[in-house]
Write a new protein. Structure first.
Length: 281
């Protein structure tokens, strides 16, 4: 049995290594935050991560320096991300409830087809989707980014919720049916209240992935007033002209705030949802 001194030494070494690895992983973020407060002429010339002088000019310049204010980009991102969260949680939970709790013809076949969509890269379906949305007149609107979320288009979240719903006792459904509840009332009154962890997990991942999405808005949004935060950050760099790196770093730091707060408020449900998904209760 190891002596107390040896255990303490091992614990100190492990903690030192973990702290060092954490600093190494956080260094790019710390450099980004420091660069957002530096004067423009010191961003790439100073060797120290600590700014020689602190300035908020980059934040004011980044927020108001573009033809369209950065607040508009934030509003667009919140609209798209919020609607995507609502659509994914509602549509995917209903589809998952059908697969997990209802019996219908060819259920296993359709479930397998749903899983097959997880194996298709986004680039494979991009052109057919773009042609469809263009024929519908949805290009240069938020609709191509939002409407598919209300049609249960994300198979990953359906599969995640199916695994969670299967862990709930079926005796609850049988008791509710004996009391005269329809499948809709079982879903709304029993399954949804018991499934908050997995719903929060789907909501958090949907918000993060939608907020950070660059390719989708780049394809479907053509006017600057429609840009999201990710597209807005791109406008600070110009290969043919002058780039505002101070404003870019400042707005990049601000773009992390909503994701951090969203995760902070729902981290308990997120951890619980990941820990219980796929496990029998």
């Amino acid at each position: 049995m190891p002596s107390p001194l040896r255990r303490r030494t091992t614990s100190i070494i492990v903690h030192v290594l973990l702290i060092g690895a954490s600093i190494l992983m956080l260094y790019p973020l710390l450099w980004l935050l420091a660069a957002s407060f530096r004067p423009e002429n010191e961003i790439f010339t100073s060797a120290s991560i600590w700014p020689s002088s602190w300035s908020l000019d980059a934040y004011f310049r980044g927020w108001n320096g573009l033809r369209t204010g950065f607040g508009t980009f934030y509003l667009n991102s919140f609209i798209i991300s919020g609607l995507s969260v609502i659509g994914n949680v509602l549509a995917c939970s209903m589809a998952a409830f059908a697969f997990a709790r209802l019996d219908f013809k060819y259920k296993n076949f359709w479930f397998a087809m749903m899983l097959m969509t997880l194996m298709l890269p986004y680039q494979v379906t991009l052109i057919p989707q773009y042609v469809l949305f263009r024929q519908l007149g949805w290009v240069n609107t938020f609709l191509p980014l939002v409407v598919p979320k209300f049609l249960a288009a994300d198979g990953f979240f359906i599969f995640l919720m199916v695994q969670f719903f299967r862990g709930l006792p079926k005796e609850l459904d049988e008791a509710a049916q004996m009391d005269g509840c329809s499948p809709w009332r079982i879903y709304w009154r029993i399954i949804i209240p018991l499934s908050m962890p997995v719903l929060a997990t789907a909501a958090i991942f949907t918000f993060i992935w939608t907020w950070d999405d660059f390719f989708g808005p780049l394809i479907y949004l053509g006017e600057m007033r429609q840009y999201t935060v990710m597209l807005g950050l791109r406008t600070f760099t110009d290969s043919t002209g002058e780039s505002d790196y101070g404003g870019l770093f400042a707005m990049s730091a601000l773009s992390l705030v909503p994701i951090f707060l969203f995760f902070l408020f729902f981290q308990r449900l997120l951890i619980e949802g990941i820990a219980t998904t796929g496990m029998k209760r």
